[in-house]
Design a protein around this ligand. Structure first.
Ligand code: ADP
Ligand code: MG
Length: 318
């Protein structure tokens, strides 16, 4: 007989993630009881992954488990918050224990790395969908928001944006690359690394911050709209990865860098004279200073407004 909902939760989900002293009562009752530390604000976010929409149906269960938590951790990173507690809502087509065990392994490994406890959720039957709601802490008044950029601030981005979109295109056969390049880029899509440490280190330095989920240009436009500014990017300063250029060509690579989603890098602004502080906050993680915040609205590249379809964000299915 296939396992019921109760057995699935007991076997695979109870005890997932880090053990935390601030979880008064975790999985098993009608609600979790949690003890937030005094003096901190709670940062809360939720993100859903739908099979066939946010990831290919063929993606391994462990990757789905990693991704659904990583995208939520990334939202907290963008606020400068430290993750603490997660709720997981799973909709499964059937009670597939192997799938759930692998999902739990991917989810649990990342949760432990980021000291996040799974404290509850819901499990139902239906088309494969995973939703995480996450809560973290940030000292009162210290959160990074999208709204604080000022004209003259420098625009920064971490890592190598565009690589995850190239990885998805490789998975879907829309792009081709030598085996080693392919493996590295696909990994960037399968296993995004939430920049929690960077977000926390940017408290008091960054004036605004957003995580790159829908494409650098589109997410920069959101940050600018929230701040009441525009931005001018410098083409020569964009961090074009060699692997990206090797498989997409220079123009294609730039399109992926500006328009591709799924990177979960941090895009942030800082005062123009804060380069040394930004570099110290980033540590070994590469960050690139890619442009300047402007008083005039809109996102431009070398002074020319970016094409609308780039700013709207990358569409996986077109
Ligand atoms: P209820 O019917 O009261 O909502 P459930 O039977 O759905 O309770 O869940 C029992 C317990 O298991 C609850 O504590 C709930 O938070 C937890 N739970 C259910 N599904 C999940 C899941 N996917 N991940 C983590 N915890 C879960
Ligand atoms: Mg109940």
């Amino acid at each position: 007989m296939p396992a019921g909902e109760f057995e699935l939760i007991e076997r695979h989900l109870r005890g997932l993630g880090a053990a935390r002293g601030d979880v008064v009562l975790g999985i098993g009752d009608d609600a979790a009881l949690l003890a937030p530390p005094p003096g901190q604000q709670l940062a809360a976010a939720a993100d859903t992954l739908v099979a066939g929409v946010h990831f290919p149906e063929s993606l391994a269960a462990a990757d789905v488990g990693h991704r659904v938590l990583a995208v939520n951790l990334s939202d907290l990173a963008a606020m400068g918050a430290e993750p603490a507690w997660a709720l997981l809502t799973l909709t499964l087509p059937r009670p597939d224990e192997d799938w759930l065990a692998a999902f739990a392994a991917g989810f649990g490994a990342l949760a432990r790395r980021f000291d996040t406890a799974l404290v509850g959720g819901d499990t139902t039957a239906g088309p494969l969908t995973a939703t995480v709601a996450i809560t973290g802490f940030v000292p009162a008044g210290a959160a990074l928001t999208r709204a604080g950029a000022r004209p003259g601030d420098a625009v920064w981005v971490s890592g190598w944006p565009g690589e995850a979109a190239a990885g998805l295109a490789l998975l879907q056969g829309r792009l081709d690359a030598p085996a080693a390049v392919r493996e590295r880029l696909v990994e960037r899509f399968r296993r995004p690394e939430p920049r929690v440490g960077l977000g926390r280190a940017l408290r008091g330095i960054a004036t605004a911050c957003i995580d790159v989920s829908d494409g650098l240009a589109g997410d920069l436009a959101k940050l600018c709209t929230a701040s009441g500014t525009g931005a001018d990017l410098v083409a020569a300063a964009l961090p074009l990865s060699a692997d990206l250029a090797a498989c997409a060509g220079e123009a294609g690579a730039r399109r992926l860098l500006l328009g591709g989603g799924d990177d979960y890098e941090l895009l942030f602004t800082a005062p123009a004279d804060a380069d040394a502080r930004v570099a110290a906050a980033a540590g070994p993680l590469g960050v690139a200073r890619i442009g300047t915040i402007t008083a005039a609205a809109g996102v431009a590249l070398d002074g020319a407004p970016l094409p609308r379809e780039l700013v709207r964000g990358y569409d996986h299915f077109r």
